[in-house]
Design a protein around this ligand. Structure first.
Ligand SMILES: Cc1ncc(COP(=O)(O)O)c(C=O)c1O
Length: 344
């Protein structure tokens, strides 16, 4: 049985063009800075983001951590959202490995942090307090319905942080989804921030890797942090080759994923037994609730038996994510499966 796997956009398979590029990649020792394919990917990524330099890392988690380590020292404080990936799903690496203290503020459902609360959370210089050093934004926001942060919000948040001497890091794991959804150049979204991590291995479908971008000085610090975390990867051009294909061929098609997510949401809204706020489907992530007495796990199990995979993310809440490899016809099939699954 062919599975329709909507658990995450991380399950994407590399494209045939990626496999060819990987097989043919010219490689060298990247810890010596001698892998031409890694260097090309990094130059390309920096240019796309409008930053001076870029660094290939193993994962989004590593990208966020090396960025935090580059911006902060032990005992410094980073302001993060309570629903952010960095705070929820990265093992508290900033604290356990970096000695960085997270200052947690509530995320609004659209992924933003209230800027008055951010301003109030920034510490004055006082011997009792850690030093506020960093503000972390997430774009698109995974747990907040895949919402994209607007250019205006990013600029306002960054202006505020900079006014108080804080740096701003953007967890842009899905920054290209944000750019496509908002219809803006990705450069515009990241222009105000000091650093950004984006993932090659989610909607862009590369098998491995993320890229951190920022100033040359910041990237040199991030490179040191990557090394101590074991992320110096030698002939990493094999991976970078797929990343180059991802950036050249896989960005514009994210619009198809967004259209499929919207169709899925609209279909779910028509089925008795589910509740969904279609207005809160912004990109490729769909959250919906089971409201007829079944638990999320029961629906997930039933759907799996019928060949559709989704993730339970709460007692009654399910997440579905669209991506490369999921076609419009798969969405119709998934809707049939969800309809059957919720029937008594
Ligand atoms: C918003 C966000 N940031 C960071 C990550 C971490 O990426 P990785 O799984 O490559 O470590 C994820 C992964 O799903 C994510 O959704």
């Amino acid at each position: 049985m062919r599975l329709i796997d909507l658990r995450s956009d991380t399950v994407t398979q590399p494209t045939p063009a990626m496999r060819r590029a990987m097989a043919e990649a010219v490689v060298g020792d990247d810890v010596f800075g001698e892998d031409p394919t890694v260097n090309r990917l990094q130059e390309m990524a920096a240019a796309m983001m409008g930053k001076e330099a870029a660094l290939l890392v193993t994962s989004g988690t590593q990208g966020n951590l090396v960025s935090i380590l580059a911006h902060c020292g032990r005992g410094d404080e980073a302001i993060v959202g309570d629903l952010s990936h960095t705070y929820l799903y990265e093992q508290g690496g900033m604290a356990s490995l970096g000695g960085v203290h997270p200052r947690v503020l509530p995320n609004s459902p659209d992924g933003t942090l209230d800027l008055a609360q951010v301003e109030a959370a920034i510490r004055p210089d006082n011997v009792h307090f850690p030093r506020s050093r960093l503000l972390i934004l997430e774009n698109t926001h995974n747990r907040c319905y895949g919402a994209p942060l607007s250019t205006e919000y990013i600029r306002a948040a960054t202006d505020l942080a900079h006014r108080y001497g804080l740096k701003v890091h953007m967890d842009g794991a899905r920054i290209f989804n944000a750019a496509i959804a908002l219809g803006v150049d990705v450069k515009e979204l990241v222009a105000p921030v000091d650093s950004v991590t984006f993932c090659l291995s989610k909607g862009l479908s590369a098998p491995v890797g993320s890229v951190v971008c920022g100033s040359r000085e910041f990237i040199e610090e991030a490179r040191r942090a990557r090394k101590v975390l074991g992320g110096g990867m030698r002939q990493a051009g094999i991976i970078a080759a797929a990343g180059i294909v991802a950036l050249t061929e896989m960005v514009e098609r994210l619009a198809d994923d967004h259209a499929n997510a919207r169709r899925l949401a609209e279909g779910l809204a028509q089925i008795d037994g589910y509740a969904i706020d279609v207005e809160r489907v912004y990109t490729n992530i769909v959250y919906f609730d089971v409201v007829n007495g079944y638990t999320a796990q029961e629906i997930v199990d039933r759907a799996r038996e019928a060949g559709v995979l989704v993730l339970p993310v709460g007692p009654y809440r399910i997440r579905a994510v669209t991506h490369y490899g999921i076609e419009a016809t798969d969405i119709e099939e998934a809707l049939d499966v969800f309809e059957q699954a919720v029937k008594g």
